[in-house]
Design a protein around this ligand. Structure first.
Ligand SMILES: [Zn+2]
Length: 47
C-alpha cells in the first residue's frame, strides 16, 4: 500500500503531497515547475 507523503521540489521549493510506494519508487515531477528534482521529505503532520 502506498503511503501519502510530502514531496518538495528542489528547484522552486514547491511542496506537495502524493502517494509513495517504497517497493516501487516512481519518478516524480513538480506540478508547479515540472522539474524532476523532487525529494521526499519527512515532516510532522500538521494539526
Ligand atoms: Zn518546482
Amino acid at each position: 500500500m502506498p503511503e501519502i507523503v510530502d514531496f518538495k521540489c528542489l528547484r522552486c521549493g514547491h511542496e506537495f503531497t502524493g502517494p509513495y510506494d517504497k517497493r516501487m519508487p516512481i519518478e516524480r515531477s513538480c506540478p508547479k515547475c515540472n522539474s524532476n528534482s523532487v525529494r521526499k521529505i519527512k515532516k510532522p503532520i500538521k494539526k
